[in-house]
Design a protein around this ligand. Structure first.
Ligand code: 8OZ
Length: 361
């Protein structure tokens, strides 16, 4: 077996992580009334607390930020209290947990928007994708372009969500800048045809993501602020004519803010790693904080990338669904359980908290 640091501790800002395996954020659509984390959420995350770091599922910064049925929020006192039960349960097991904070932009449906309004986006260009709403997959709605005077409110919503996450006991937050949601929509020119300070040039398209990262880190500290990006992912209908220039610039700006980590979806989200040519080593070089690599990793690739110093931490997503003790299984070379796609989104404990650890199987 190749030598590896994967199971060795790591200093992330002021936190000591027990190992370098990260649980990636995973949408499970199991929030309860009021979009409060559901009744099994604390147990689900506590079962996975042997990860060096858990990044809890994408969570709305405001009602307008929602794009899928039954995804949780972090903007009401009830939601903060619900998340407190989760962070307490994870911390009681010695785990560390960040919250991914999220605005979906155009990846939404009028039935999920306040007052049945159109979802908001950089420009009035449809995502052309589907969302889970009304108990099925339905086409996303036609968005409207955000007015310039609405943008400070979006930044303020992220800032308040970060403060709320800390109030709920999270060790930090991850700004969701990936996968074709609002901040990625602004960054990529296929979705952003604006002619004001938030569209056009590389600098202008980066502006919203950088302003959000700056506001969040000013609110809770850069050592508690991470961000996720997906430079070449076509997720949710985005496309970019200049991903290398765009994301080299964005990462330079994020580096200047001193963010604690950069979490990179390398390739098409949940798909091929080689979807388009891109030099991820360029991002690694530009960012002096922690680099978390994600997308299609298995044990061998994780070891290889850590040994090559191409990453500091490796995030696993889908393998964590059916393997609550993923760290122990990777360490011992045990077989991994397969998840049941039928219970991925929505429902209760089935397919959520009933996947056993090996020690219990
Ligand atoms: C799968 C289903 C719904 C949302 C992402 C938050 O891709 C998501 C997501 C994934 O980042």
């Amino acid at each position: 077996m190749t030598e590896t640091t994967l199971f060795e501790p790591y200093e992330l800002g002021s936190l000591t992580l027990a190992n370098r395996v990260v649980m990636a954020p995973l949408t499970r659509n199991r929030a309860a009334a009021g979009l409060v984390p559901g009744p099994h959420a604390a147990e689900y995350y506590a079962q996975r607390a042997s990860a060096g770091l858990i990044i809890a599922e994408a969570t709305q910064v405001s009602p307008q930020a929602q794009g899928y049925q039954d995804t949780p929020g972090i903007y009401t006192p009830e939601q903060i209290a619900g998340w407190r039960a989760v962070t307490d349960a994870v911390h009681a097991k010695g785990g560390r947990i960040f919250l991914q904070i999220w605005h979906v932009g155009r990846v939404s449906h009028v039935d999920l928007q306040p007052g049945g309004a159109a979802p908001v986006a950089p420009s009035a260009i449809p995502a052309g994708t589907k969302t889970f709403v009304n108990n099925g997959f339905n086409d996303t709605s036609m968005p409207r372009a955000l007015r310039l005077d609405e943008i400070p409110g979006i930044v303020a919503d992220f800032r308040q969500a970060a403060a709320n996450a800390i109030a709920a006991g999270f060790d930090g937050v991850e700004v969701h800048g990936a996968n074709g949601y609002l901040l990625d929509q602004f960054a990529k020119d296929g979705a952003n045809h604006r002619t004001d300070a938030y569209g056009g040039s590389v600098e202008n398209r980066a502006r919203l993501m950088v302003e959000v990262a700056k506001a969040v880190s000013a609110e809770i500290g850069a050592e508690r602020t991470g961000i996720r990006i997906s430079p070449v992912s076509p997720a949710n209908g985005v496309s970019s004519s200049d991903p290398q220039a765009q994301f080299d610039y964005i990462v330079d700006q994020l580096n200047a803010l001193g963010l604690v980590y950069l979490h990179v979806v390398e390739g098409a989200t949940g798909g091929p790693r080689d979807v388009a040519p891109f030099d991820f080593a360029s991002l690694r070089k530009r960012f002096s904080g922690t680099y978390i690599a994600n997308n299609g990793y298995d044990l061998d690739l994780a070891k290889a990338r850590l040994n090559a110093n191409a990453a500091d931490l490796v995030a696993f997503g889908r393998p964590f669904i059916a393997n609550p003790d993923l760290v122990e299984r990777l360490k011992s070379g045990a077989a991994l359980a397969e998840m049941n796609p039928a219970t991925l989104y929505g429902g209760g404990a089935e397919g959520y908290t009933d996947y056993p650890a090996l020690s219990a199987a």
